[in-house]
Design a protein around this ligand. Structure first.
Ligand code: EPU
Length: 293
């Protein structure tokens, strides 16, 4: 009997993941699961663990590159209208993992709550943003998180404090857990001023980065301590370098953009080539920021 028998309403076999990522590359997921509530999600995790089925959680696919062979396991997508709670109680904002982060940002601004405007233009679901401590030059999500609700590998639901999540630069210790939601603590602010700052940061970002219409997964590498990966890649002369349908963006060297002739392997080969070039020139080993499945 298959691990997912009886789950036909929420589990489909062989679903192309290209339809669910910003890169629009890569092969299928062996199974694609859309749980509708905590109990269904917990059931799926427990069954996968018992059957030795590998698991990944998909948000908006803004930071993921799926290999051309696809993912031989279960991909769990927490999608609205499930897992997208959004409630405001004073400065305390409770958000479900499946909520679209840009909408969370704009709704808090409209409610006169300050903080998230600094994270303008970062795509993803709340779960993905928490999981990788997303951020940019104006801040990171960790600064606003009080609690994170997670489903552990054992199928149990726990609430973790900010300290227990262990936020560091683009990293948390949530490996093996699935984020269900978070409580953010924001301070009062003037919606007009917050909107102006949101627009400024958004514009700044899109002046220096490839347009959102370009297919990419944001920055490919993490910034090494005290340095900029983009600047190192640029100084290594990599802007415009191509492998197949993948190109190092002429706008920002830490982005790899793709065209219709690309496959996932082109992106992987180009990022390996770029990492080698930076190592040869500067002796710095860049670490990937995007997740490869
Ligand atoms: N630079 C270059 N050449 C380039 C790119 C950048 O010389 O091709 C220089 C810039 O002129 C600047 C410095 O490098 O002096 C830093 O560049 P930038 O301000 O663009 O920021 P970044 O460190 O490259 C970070 C985040 C971005 C986020 C921006 C803006 C990381 C790895 N990247 O980029 O996040 O959008 O700040 O807030 O932390 C992402 O996470 O996917 C991402 C794109």
């Amino acid at each position: 009997m298959s691990w997912c028998s009886g789950l036909e309403a929420i589990c489909r076999p062989e679903v192309p993941l290209r339809d669910f990522t910003w890169y629009r590359l890569g092969g299928p997921a062996r199974w694609f699961v859309n749980p509708r509530n905590d109990a269904e999600l917990s059931d799926v995790v427990t069954r996968c663990n018992a059957a030795g089925v590998a698991l990944r959680v998909l948000g908006r696919g803004a930071n993921v590159l799926v290999r051309d062979s696809g993912f031989d396991g279960a991909v769990i997508a927490l999608r609205p209208p499930c897992f997208d709670e959004f409630t405001i109680d004073g400065g305390r904002v409770t958000v479900g993992a499946g909520a679209d982060f840009t909408k969370v940002v704009t709704r808090t601004i409209r409610a006169g709550l300050a903080g998230l405007e600094a994270l303008a233009g970062i795509p993803g679901t709340m779960g993905g943003i928490i999981r990788m401590n997303a951020g940019g030059r104006h801040g990171e999500i960790a600064s606003f998180v009080s609690e994170v609700r997670v489903l552990g590998a054992d199928g149990a639901i726990r609430t973790l404090t900010r300290e227990q999540v262990g936020f560091t630069y683009r990293h948390t210790n949530l490996d093996g857990c699935i984020v269900l939601g978070a409580v953010l603590t924001l301070s009062p602010g003037d919606p007009e001023a917050l909107t102006a700052r949101f627009r400024d940061i958004w514009n700044q970002k899109y002046r220096t980065q490839p347009p959102v219409s370009d297919r990419s997964a944001g920055c490919v590498f993490k910034n090494p301590p005290g340095q900029s990966a983009g600047a190192l890649l640029d100084q290594a002369g990599l802007k415009g370098r191509r492998v197949g349908g993948a190109t190092i963006s002429p706008r920002h060297a830490n982005f790899i953009v793709v065209d219709d002739s690309a496959c996932a392997q082109h992106v992987l080969d180009l990022s390996d080539l770029a990492r080698e070039a930076v190592f040869e020139k500067f002796g710095v080993r860049l670490e990937r920021e995007i997740e490869v499945w």
